[in-house]
Design a protein around this ligand. Structure first.
Ligand SMILES: [Mg+2]
Length: 297
């Protein structure tokens, strides 16, 4: 088997760099031909995946967290060397490994096991258009409080690790302002004063939040979670529920299931595709059903 391995040395606060030699050795010991690429800058993983000759490889393997998986997916989607997308695998060594959890892989050893076993499944991805450009998300993309928390959490992550997102959430809850939002779900229009609007392909976000408990990664549908305005003291109570997926019972929370979405906010808001910060409202999203074949346990 010919593996093109893309690893992010900075993932998981340097875990990627520490584990990489072990992962490479384990793969080569099994007799696989591995070509490794080390990412040097933001979006480098996407650039590498975009230019790999897919005809000469059996697997593109992302070694990193949600950000690396996101980039490798976007590179694969832009790769024109073959009509068929290559098989994609993830070895979760990041701070957040959300999509891997949906594929039953919690630890980096699970990612290796998936390579050895070779079991795969086709999964959906979310295509989204922002400012005229097309990108792809594997977990979720949203704006409002969810993106503001990601933004602040990403900035604090290198100092305090995973806790950054909890601290970030408390700070952002205290200072956020709701935005007037219009949402179109498969042609039907909704208007609301939103705390956040978030489109989920998979169950988990941020590695440990069961954000969209009813999402299924191959049903051709995404779940749009909308939280309408509520007093800050009530919002502070919603936040802890997200970890266990108990927030769906909050009266101000609605879930819209659909294949095609358009969304506008009264002021331009930043977005958080798969935990990265880029893209702005308005957004247009389409679920591409079973677009990518991924290794799973
Ligand atoms: Mg789905």
């Amino acid at each position: 088997m010919n593996i093109q391995l893309i690893y992010n040395p900075n993932s998981g606060g340097g875990r990627g760099d520490k584990l990489y030699p072990l992962i490479l050795k384990a793969l080569r010991d099994k007799g696989y031909a591995v070509t490794p690429y080390r990412t040097l800058y933001c979006f480098h993983a996407a650039e590498i995946a975009k230019h790999i000759d897919v005809n000469a490889c059996d697997l593109i393997l992302a070694v990193g967290g949600d950000g690396t998986a996101h980039e490798v997916l976007n590179g694969i989607m832009q790769n024109t060397s073959s009509k068929e997308h290559p098989l994609m695998g993830v070895i979760p060594v990041g701070t957040g490994n959300s999509f891997s959890v949906d594929l039953n892989m919690k630890k980096w050893e699970d990612g290796l096991k998936a390579v050895f076993q070779g079991k795969s499944r086709r999964v959906d991805i979310l295509e989204f258009i922002t400012e005229g450009d097309k990108y792809y998300s594997i977990n979720a993309i949203g704006f409002g409080l969810v993106a503001d928390v990601t933004d602040l959490g990403n900035k604090m992550k290198k100092f305090i690790g995973k806790t950054a997102y909890t601290v970030g959430a408390v700070i952002e809850i205290m200072r956020f302002k709701p935005q007037k939002t219009k949402l179109e779900v498969d042609g039907k229009l909704y208007e609301y004063n939103g705390v956040f609007t978030n489109f989920s392909n998979s169950v988990w976000i941020g590695g440990n939040m069961k954000f969209s408990p009813n999402s299924i990664i191959d049903d051709g549908l995404a779940e749009c979670l909308v939280l309408e305005d509520l007093p800050k003291k009530d919002l502070l109570k919603v936040f802890p529920k997200v970890f266990k997926g108990n927030h769906l019972t909050v009266p101000q929370l609605s879930v819209y299931k659909g294949k095609h979405f358009k969304v506008w906010s009264d002021s331009q808001k930043i977005c958080n595709p798969d935990g990265e910060i880029f893209g702005v409202t308005p957004l247009e999203l389409t679920v591409l059903q079973k677009e990518i074949k991924m290794l799973t346990l």
